[in-house]
Design a protein around this ligand. Structure first.
Ligand code: GLY
Length: 376
């Protein structure tokens, strides 16, 4: 039996693929599946505009996963009837003042060295596409291949698809610990019993380090990285925006993003805060989000504020995911996805399923093993 600890987008996707492959698999979530970082995300599939210096190894993985998303979304629709709102309008990164334009020029040069498919736009060209963008926006980079989904609908679809494929979902079931016998995984501990298992997939997001019984050489260096977000409601028949837009932020919002969903919700995110497991929304966080978004899209001023929330991203020490086997036979990692959990879910599911079913992982995953960390 395979136990997946964590029913977020990665845990559910792995469970779904394993169940499709005929494996006996149970996903455990200590709350409701898909209601932590998966719920809190914005659903952006944007490996190009989000790539940072030093992430050149991650880029091929992220691009490949983005390429899998259209098929992943169609398969979920076919199997469950849930439309996950996969949208292909693309993403625009915008600049307001001269400093921002210079910064974007650097980004453009970097994107060109990586041979990414991006295009420079003037402020006028941006407003021709999206007329409600502020007149203060003077230039931008258009990344037509950076798409988006509705992450909450994906979670709903994955739960159905997983169970329809024969997987068992145990919600509100806290896995307290992992047991080993002779150095090999043997069981998981619940509050009142133990279950014998052959394999444990650790996909518990920001909580992945906190499971007791993990051998010291197999404890992933993952910590929570808080993000605050808000949503305003547009008229879905006359949306203010159709592209995902990124722009300059302020303080705890290093860069702002605005993601319009087809139901009219306009998501505005996100802060990036080292605050442990604190989940408070703060006046300062919400103020920076709304002010930075308003600089780009002044029309949000009159829209109803319909939701505000926080999420805890699972950040590894080098911001890249941790995938595959560990020094503890039977213990497999699928955690540490940082800001890329939604984007990387399809490829994570493929990697972990291939490893468990065939005992192999493609060379592309080699840089993401737990072994890369000298100290855990
Ligand atoms: N990927 C967006 C975020 O983590 O805020």
């Amino acid at each position: 039996m395979i136990a997946v600890i964590g029913g977020g987008i990665c845990g559910l996707s792995i469970g779904w693929r394993l169940a499709q492959a005929g494996q006996s698999v149970t996903v455990f979530d200590r709350g409701s599946a898909g209601k932590e970082a998966t719920w809190a995300a914005a659903g952006m599939l944007a490996p190009q505009v989000e790539v940072e210096h030093g992430e050149e190894m991650l880029l091929p993985l992220a691009l490949e996963s983005r390429g899998m998303w259209q098929g992943f979304a169609s398969e979920l629709l076919r199997e469950t009837g849930v439309d996950v709102d996969y949208r292909e309008e693309g993403t625009i990164v915008v600049a307001n003042d001269r400093d921002d334009v210079e910064y974007l020029q650097h980004r453009m040069t970097y994107f060109e060295t990586l041979q990414l498919d991006v295009k420079w736009l003037s402020g006028h060209e941006i407003r021709k596409k999206q007329p409600h963008i502020s007149r203060s926006v003077s230039a931008g980079i258009y990344s037509v291949l950076d798409h988006q989904v509705d992450n909450r609908k994906v979670a709903q679809a994955l739960k159905s698809a997983f169970m329809a494929s024969g997987g068992i979902l145990k919600e509100h079931t806290d896995v307290r610990g992992v047991k080993t016998v002779g150095g090999r995984v043997s069981a998981i501990e619940l509050i009142d019993n133990e279950i014998l298992v052959d394999v444990v997939v650790l996909a518990a997001g920001a909580w992945s380090r906190n499971i007791s019984g993990l051998p010291n050489n197999s404890r992933p260096p993952v910590r929570p990285l808080k993000g605050q977000m808000v949503a305003v409601q547009m008229d879905p028949k006359a949306p203010l925006l159709e592209n995902v837009v990124w722009g300059p932020g302020n303080g705890i919002v290093p860069s702002i993003y605005i993601a319009p969903k087809s139901n009219g919700r306009l998501l505005i995110g996100a802060t990036v805060e080292e605050m442990g497991f604190d989940r408070n929304l703060t006046a300062g966080g919400v103020m920076e989000l709304i002010r930075s978004a308003w600089d780009i899209l002044p029309g949000i001023y009159d829209l109803p504020l319909v939701e505000s929330w926080t999420g805890l991203r699972p950040a590894s020490r080098d911001d890249a995911p941790i995938l595959g086997p560990t020094k503890t036979p039977g213990l497999v990692m699928a955690t540490g996805h940082h800001r890329n959990g939604i984007l990387l879910a399809p490829i994570t599911a493929k990697a972990i399923t291939d490893y468990i079913v065939r005992g192999t992982m493609d060379i592309i995953f080699k840089p993401f093993s737990l072994d890369r960390f000298k100290e855990l």
